[in-house]
Every structure is written in structure tokens, then in C-alpha cells.
Write a protein that binds this ligand. Structure first.
Ligand code: ADP
Length: 391
């Protein structure tokens, strides 16, 4: 060991009296890892009296999980003692007498005391910097989150405008057709008259369809605003859950020519809930199941009870959802934009509203799915809703 690397030899009495000058906590240890000198700052930092520290193993000032590794590092250090920071690139922690941990920065230096190699460590409390860094990191995370929300919201606004404009364009075209026709002289030929009435009828049917579409969309937009502001109120009544499910399935089936919807199992329970809102949840899940399974024909609604809850599941065999996307599905404006999903129109608010309605009923909603393997959306409703929902 070269003497210049470990500094000038000093007598212990000369040296140790100067330790208290330093604002940093200074600890001198011998080769065995025992503290042979400390300054006042160590007392303040670690909460021990100097008399307690002297003769104590340095390990006591480290969290237990670091002690084995520290032992190895110390042995290595004394094999090649030179000035250097400790644990470069690592976050080091100290342990106070009251068992609390705090982040530290440590610089090491060998020290010849009375001809024997020791090590002196300067320990700096890094709590303030550590918290500042953490706060900065959290701020960055919040910024990223807000940026993502903003991007989702922008996409939603443009999709919503598009969804509103489509029915309006159709209504305008039909309206203009009627405007033109009203100027024309009345048709005298009975065949032509019958044909014109037929055209007018289907135009009116289309108008009603588009108005209903707009109405649904506006209803959804209002629901998003209500749920976001906590104003989604429920109108509670007692009803048979299985009966509601049969009704919704029958209505959805009558409009769906591409799929067959079956109901399996039964809950056989009367539930105290908002019937229209529970219907809305089920309609949403069924419409999604139809929309996202264009290549398959069957959809199953599964009914059961478990413990104190009724479970309603809607299972499709469509494009499914990869695991990494599932955590966000029930968030506002979240839509999947991978290759499989982006061709489907939608606003990313249906599942958000559905999950909020279920949550307002003290239930839960979740999904079991894998990419390309279909999806099963389930929601639970507590059976004792009457007691739980009352204020
Ligand atoms: P959207 O109007 O986009 O359908 P939702 O809130 O109903 O909005 O659904 C959010 C996203 O979840 C959808 O964009 C879609 O990517 C995915 N999703 C919902 N239901 C299914 C399903 N049954 N199968 C596969 N993906 C689904």
C-alpha cells in the first residue's frame, strides 16, 4: 500500500480533536468495522450519544438488508484503501437509533492513525435532495399522465364531433329531399305515388334512426359529465334481475342479425337498484360484444350468484384484449388503437360509464380476456343493495 494514497500519518489525539469542526458526519472505523471516533454531527444525524457509538460496529448504522454486503465491501476496501465515494450509482441509506431510515451520501478515505490503517467516512444526509428528486419525478409522472389524458380527450372530441356530424348530414340530406319534393306538383300516377310514399317512409325511418343515434350519443355525453362531477343519480326500485336480463337480451337479439345471444344460469334474485341504469350497463356490454366479434356468431350471457353478490357476465369470442391494455379499459376516453381495434368506431366512454354505474351500486366490473381469444366482461351487484344503498 503506497503511503501517499492513504495520506499523511497522524497521531490519533492530534487528528480526532478536529473532527467536530466538520458540518458533515465523520466516522472513523478500524479494519474490523468498529467505530473508534465520531464527531458531533454523527450524534445529531443518527440519534446516538457519542459514548454509545464508540466501540459499536458500523453495521448498526446501516439498515439490516445492507449489512452482509457492507461486510464484503469493507474487507475489499481495506485490501485497497484509497479516497473514493461509497456505493457509486447506488442509493445508500443510514439507520437512526429510532429505526428510521434516511438516504445518505458517503465519501471514504483511508487514514493512518498511529501507524495503523483506518478508514474515515463522511456521511451526508441526502433527505432533502432525495425528496426533491422524488417530487420532481412525481411531477414528471403527473405531466405525462396529463399529456396522455389531453391526447385522449382531443381524440375523443374529434371522434364525438364526427359521430354527431354523421347523423346530421343524413338528416340534412333527407330534409332537403323533402324540401325539393314539396315544390313539385302532386303525383297523379298511383304507382308513382305509391313509390314516392315508400321512399318518404324509409326516409322518415332513417330520420328517426339517426335522431335516436344522436339522442344516445348526447345521453352518453351527459352521463360522462354527470359521472365526472359525481352527479349520476340513481332511481332505485325492486326488480327481478333475471327478468331484466331476458328483456334486454330479447331486445338486443331482435336488432342483431349477425349474432345469437344465449342466457346461461340464473340468479333468481330480486335486486334493489336503478333498473334503467343496470339495463344501460348490459346493453353496452352486449353492443360491445357484437361490435368486437365480427367473425364469430355466438354471445353468452352468464348469470350466477356468489356469496353476497349477483354476477352477470357477457362473453364473446371476438378480437379480445391483450393483457397490457386491460387496466385502462374502464378509464374515460380510453380506446385501443392497435391494428385490430382501430377500425372500429367508438368514443371510449361506454365502459367508463358502465363501470361508474356499477360502482355507484357498490358493485365491481372486470374483464377476462386474451388477444384474439374473445372477452368476458363481468359485473357484480351486491344482493343486499337495499341496506347498503340507504344513506
Ligand atoms: P368504444 O366506444 O370505443 O367501444 P368502450 O368504452 O365501450 O368504448 O370500450 C373501450 C375500448 O375497450 C374499446 O375501444 C375497445 O377497444 C375495447 N373493448 C370493449 N369491449 C370489447 C370487447 N368485447 N372485445 C374487445 N375489445 C373491447
Amino acid at each position: 500500500m503506497a503511503e501517499e494514497s492513504i495520506g499523511m500519518p497522524v497521531s490519533s489525539t492530534d487528528f480526532l480533536q478536529f473532527l467536530d469542526i466538520s458540518p458533515d458526519a465523520l466516522i472513523v472505523i478500524n479494519k474490523g468495522g468498529t467505530m473508534i471516533a465520531v464527531n458531533q454531527s454523527v450524534e445529531k444525524l443518527f440519534g446516538y450519544k457519542r459514548a454509545e457509538l464508540l466501540g459499536m460496529p458500523l453495521d448498526t448504522l446501516l439498515p439490516v438488508r445492507y449489512r452482509d454486503a457492507h461486510h464484503v465491501h469493507r474487507v475489499h476496501y481495506f485490501e485497497n484503501p484509497r479516497p473514493r465515494p461509497m456505493g457509486v450509482g447506488l442509493q445508500l441509506y443510514g439507520l437512526r437509533k429510532d429505526n428510521t431510515e434516511f438516504p445518505v451520501d458517503i465519501s471514504l478515505r483511508p487514514l493512518l492513525l498511529d501507524g495503523i490503517v483506518h478508514a474515515i467516512g463522511a456521511v451526508r444526509d441526502m433527505s432533502k435532495q432525495h425528496w426533491a428528486e422524488q417530487e420532481l419525478q412525481e411531477t414528471h409522472q403527473q405531466l405525462d399522465f396529463l399529456q396522455e389524458q389531453q391526447a385522449r380527450y382531443d381524440t375523443f372530441l374529434s371522434m364525438a364531433s364526427h359521430e354527431l356530424r354523421t347523423p346530421i348530414t343524413t338528416l340534412l340530406t333527407i330534409g332537403q329531399m323533402f324540401q325539393r319534393n314539396i315544390e313539385r306538383p302532386p303525383l297523379t300516377d298511383p304507382d308513382e305515388r305509391a313509390k314516392a310514399i315508400e321512399i318518404a317512409k324509409s326516409a322518415l325511418d332513417e330520420m328517426v334512426k339517426q335522431i335516436l343515434r344522436m339522442n344516445r350519443l348526447i345521453g352518453d355525453l351527459l352521463d360522462v359529465s354527470r359521472t365526472s362531477t359525481g352527479h349520476l343519480s340513481l332511481i332505485l326500485s325492486d326488480f327481478l334481475l333475471d327478468e331484466l336480463v331476458s328483456e334486454v337480451v330479447a331486445t338486443t337479439q331482435s336488432m342483431a342479425t349477425t349474432h345469437t345471444i344465449t342466457v346461461e344460469g340464473a340468479t333468481c334474485v330480486t335486486i334493489h337498484a336503478d333498473r334503467d341504469r343496470i339495463e344501460q350497463v348490459l346493453v353496452n356490454l352486449l353492443n360491445n360484444a357484437i361490435k368486437y366479434s365480427p367473425q364469430t356468431q355466438t354471445i353468452e350471457v352468464l348469470l350466477s350468484t356468489i356469496g353476497e353478490s349477483a354476477l352477470i357476465s357477457v362473453r364473446d369470442h371476438g378480437i379480445g384484449i391483450a393483457k397490457e391494455h386491460q387496466a385502462h379499459l374502464f378509464e374515460r376516453y380510453y380506446r385501443l388503437i392497435d391494428d385490430k381495434h382501430k377500425k372500429y368506431a367508438g368514443l371510449g366512454i361506454g365502459l367508463y360509464i358502465a363501470a361508474q354505474i356499477v360502482e355507484r351500486h357498490k358493485g365491481k366490473m372486470w374483464v377476462d380476456s386474451e388477444a384474439s381469444k374473445g372477452a368476458t366482461f363481468t359485473f357484480s351487484l351486491p344482493l343486499s343493495l337495499r341496506e347498503r344503498m340507504s344513506p
